[in-house]
Each structure stands twice: as C-alpha cells, then as structure tokens.
Design a binder for this molecule. Structure first.
Ligand code: GUN
Ligand code: ZN
Length: 439
C-alpha cells in the first residue's frame, strides 16, 4: 500500500495507444448555468488514449492517429464514464424493498442487511457484485457508504482496484439509534476511519470519505471526533445525509435542541466545508443554503431515491444558481435503480414537477463532470479533457425498438440522446473503458 497524495497521477497502463472514434460531446462549461451551447458535439469525433489517459480529443480528422489502434464505435455516443456521487454498496441486496418511509425503511430493511457485512465473505461477494452492476450500467466512479465493519471498506476498495476504478468510500460511523450489531463508539469510529485512511486514501485511485451516517445515528462526541479526523486529513472527502425527510428533520431538532438547524449540527462539529458531500438536502432553510454556499460544500441529488422513499422535490436549479456544486447520485438501495440513465430521467421528472425542463446537456453534465466535481476528482474523471484518465462509456442511441423509433427522425444530438436518457437502461451501454481498457 502506498501513502496519501499519490492518486493525482493514477495508474500507468502500458500498451499501444488507442484512437476511440464515434460521436462525442465535450463540455466547455456547465450547461446548467451557461446553457447547452457549452456542450460541443463532434459527429465524427475521436479520443486518443495513451497509458490509460486521454491525450487528445476532438474532430477525428484533426487528431494525430499515428501509432494507434483504431476502435470505431460508429454512430454511438462516447462520454466520460458516469460518476455516482452517493450510494450505499452494502444495500445492493435490498434495493426495491417495499412500502416504508426513511426511518422505518432504515430499521426494517437497511440495518438488518448492513449487519450481514460482519461476514467478510458476504462483504466481498456484494462488493464484487456491485462493481459488476456499476460497470454494466456505465458507471466508472462512485462515492459509497460502507458499514461499521472495516472489512466492508476493504472489500469495496479491493473490488474497485481489481478493475482499476477510481472510487471513494468510507466506514459508516453510528453510535446510537441503530441495532447493537452496527453500533460503535466515537473512539472506535475514529480509530477505524484513521486506519482506513492510512490504508486506502491515495492508494492507487482510491479516495477516502469520512462517513458519519447522519445526525440521528451519531452522538455529538462522535461527530466531533470525525470533525477532528477531517481536520487532520483535509484532503479526504466527508459524506453524510442532510434534510431528506420532514420527520427526520424533526427528530434531529429533538436530538440536538441547541443547534440552529440540521446543517448546524454538522457545522458545529467541524463537518462542513469543501470536500463535504451532503446527500439529499431537500428541505433546507435559508440559513442552511447560505452556509452551504459560503463553505463550498456540495450536494448529492438522489432523484430515484427521493421519489421511491417519498422524500420530496429537490431544488436543483435554485441551489445551482446559488453556486452550490450539485452532482447526481443513485443512492442505491434507497434509490430504485443502478442506472445513471434512469437517475437522469428521474432528475428530469422532478424538475418538471417544479416547473423546470432540464436540457439533456445539463443531465449528462450532472452525471459526469457535475458528480466528479462534487467528489473533487474532476481532474481525473468525469470529463474528456486531455490529462484525464480514459474512463469512458459508449452509448448505443438506438438500443431498443422503442428508443430507435423515437430517434429515427432526430434533428440534432439532443433529440438523438434524450430518448436514451428517458428510456434507456443497461442495454444502451455498448462499451465501457476504465483507464483506457475495455472492461
Ligand atoms: N439517511 C441515513 N441513512 C440513510 C440511507 O442509508 N439511505 C438514505 N436514503 N437516507 C439515509
Ligand atoms: Zn444515502
């Protein structure tokens, strides 16, 4: 294992240079703020890959093809691999559990399943299965919660490393309001997290995320301990949940009567700042929005989860306009799909319910560069910029009969891609590359 800070360069992958050809979209800004014009379309595009990295991107005729192996994806659309900035790999096995809202859902389904991860063999099995599902759906990077067992963290980092993937993960700290089998202490969570940071943060492409589950399952001393740990390791990410459901917010108010609001619980413990990823953030007060904006913290928008658990309608447009970075996330198993295509569709539907139509360029940006920025990994993943690792997804824009007939008379790339966003699934994923290698 290597020390921290070595992830900036990623792995070196030897082999012949590749020229991967197809349609491409290159983001030259944030389409949510600047409009779809900042997403450049090349109908005959190419990406040159050397040693696992993108070295050139643009019109195929203008890219140096010398000494390359040409891989032609025809009319398929090549994008940065999808990035899922909030999920729970330990919930893979209980996705789509019926009939509960957040707190009952956690108690009925989530905690019993997470307790199974004290068995290292089960942890490794679910970790490997999750990685296979992510890649099948075109997701090449993600940030995941684990459980309060160290082996659950080792298992997912090892499974990602076996495929060369860049992920963030963290030991999920909980010292109250959970079953005995999941309960730790402030000290135990600190020690486990610190040891895991030493083992994994900057080990190959791995990043560590300090992970207090959420305010109701941590005492103030535990949150403060993890705040101190983040202060000691400021290059780590920090992930937690914020203001997902109204009942949960009322519970936080009872548990932390001295705090001004939900976010203030984290703020007072040193758990608010750049590198912080707050899941959901649906029911925010003005003061919370101000603090998120001031501190540079990010939000993970989890639209399939928000409809599935009945949480509410996230204000993507309003929070983005406030300068708060927002990424897109599945939140499986609270989310109801492993697919970032389905997740984009749900983001579109939620925005429609708020009277806003998100352009396909904005949806694609959120699922790639937007999430990569939230994870502070946009130098490495989420874009096609030269210097980035060549983690790519290749989309078949006519993967089923219903999508094919809808796109048959498309006038531009946006009409050609939107039916795949709304109706596509893993059948639309024609190829996935991790560090320049087809997987
Ligand atoms: N809040 C605290 N834990 C969880 C979780 O596992 N899933 C979701 N959706 N919300 C949470
Ligand atoms: Zn979550």
């Amino acid at each position: 294992m290597t020390g921290r800070g070595q992830h900036e360069k990623g792995p070196v992958v030897a082999g012949k240079a590749k020229l991967v050809c197809g349609q491409i979209l290159i983001a030259e800004g944030n389409p949510l703020l600047d409009g779809p014009g900042v997403m450049r379309h090349e109908s005959d595009g190419a990406i040159r890959i050397e040693n696992g990295r993108i070295t050139a991107v643009g019109r195929a005729a203008e890219i140096d093809a010398a000494d390359t192996e040409r891989v032609d994806h025809g009319r398929h659309l090549i994008l940065p691999g999808f990035v899922d900035c909030h999920m729970h790999y330990a919930q893979t096995g209980m996705i789509a559990s019926w009939g509960k809202r957040l707190i009952d859902w956690l108690n009925s389904y989530t905690f019993p399943e997470e307790a199974r991860f004290s068995d290292p063999a089960y942890a490794r099995e679910v970790a490997a299965r999750t990685i296979d599902l992510k890649l099948a759906h075109g997701t090449t990077s993600f940030a995941t919660y684990c459980t309060s067992e160290r082996v659950s963290v080792d298992a997912i980092f090892e499974a990602a490393q076996a495929k060369g993937m860049a992920i963030a993960a963290g030991y999920t700290a909980m010292d109250r309001n959970v079953p005995e089998a999941l309960m730790d202490t402030p000290e135990a969570a600190y020690e486990a997290s610190e040891a895991l940071i030493g083992a994994w943060h900057g080990n190959g492409r791995a990043r560590y995320a300090i992970t207090p589950r959420f305010a109701p399952t941590s005492t103030r001393p535990q949150l403060e301990k993890l705040g101190a740990l983040w202060a000691a390791h400021p290059n780590c990410l920090m992930q937690t949940h914020l203001s997902e459901q109204v009942d949960e917010i009322a519970w936080v108010r009872d548990l932390f009567p001295d705090s001004r609001n939900y976010l203030d619980v984290y703020d007072a413990a040193g758990l608010l700042g750049k590198g912080g990823i707050f899941g959901h953030a649906i029911h925010l007060e003005d003061g919370e929005i101000d603090r998120l904006a001031e501190t540079g913290a990010s939000i993970a928008h989890c639209p399939t989860s928000n409809t599935f658990i009945g949480s509410g309608l996230f204000d993507l447009v309003g929070l983005t306009a406030r300068g708060i970075p927002v990424g897109l996330a599945t939140d499986t198993g609270g989310g109801s799909s492993f697919s970032m295509l389905r997740t984009m569709a749900a983001a579109y539907e939620i925005a429609q319910l708020r009277g806003q139509a998100l352009h396909p360029s904005a949806l694609l940006w959120l699922a790639t560069e937007g999430s990569a920025r939230v994870m502070h990994m946009a130098e490495e993943v989420g874009t096609l910029a030269p210097g980035s690792m060549a983690d790519l997804v290749v989309l078949n824009l006519a993967s089923t009969d219903d999508i094919a007939q809808a796109t048959a008379s498309a006038h531009d790339i946006w009409e050609a891609v939107f039916p795949t966003i709304m109706m596509g699934d893993d059948r639309a994923i024609a190829q996935v590359y991790v560090a320049g290698e087809a997987v």
